[in-house]
Write a protein that binds this ligand. Structure first.
Ligand code: CMP
Length: 138
């Protein structure tokens, strides 16, 4: 059993796609064991994406991620990290497979509707960034 962090990004929340994306997550068999809607500050977005701070897209990414509410959730299941990354599709929606969240809903590589942890170490950091142990159920 594994846990991963999901973020439904501002472009998707603002288009009222939260419910549709959560349905895709639940239909895949992943279980939501923690969830909340928050509006990140720029500094909080920078802290979350600190591994990307040397990248040319860091400033735009953190401005976008703090531009409106997001839905953060912890997903649990067997191979949850890979399973959710497969469901999301490629980072750039132009390369995403049919039937994936990003193929269906993402607008471009920045406004790509969802985030998912990419490895067990990042999942541990990312889930703890948003949730305390008391907020995780199941
Ligand atoms: P995410 O999975 O949240 O992780 C980092 C984010 O940076 C990524 O999704 C994209 O939304 C964003 N991003 C913007 N430009 C790029 C780029 N050129 N390459 C990779 N990620 C990018």
């Amino acid at each position: 059993m594994q846990r991963t962090l999901s973020i439904i990004k501002p472009d998707a929340v603002s288009r009222n796609l939260g419910g549709a994306i959560l349905k895709m997550i639940q239909d895949s068999g992943l279980r939501i064991v923690a969830m909340k809607m928050i509006h990140l500050s720029k500094a909080q977005a920078e802290g979350f994406y600190h591994v990307h701070k040397a990248r040319p897209f860091f400033a735009d990414l953190t401005t976008f991620m703090s531009s409106g509410p997001v839905v953060v959730a912890i997903l649990e299941g067997e191979d949850a990290i890979v399973k959710y990354r497969t469901l999301m599709g490629a980072t750039n929606p132009a390369n995403a497979e049919e039937g994936t969240i990003r193929k269906l809903y993402a607008l471009d590589i920045e406004k790509n509707s969802v985030h998912g942890s990419d490895a067990p170490e990042t999942a541990a950091f990312e889930t703890a960034y948003f949730f305390s142990g008391l907020e995780i159920v199941g």
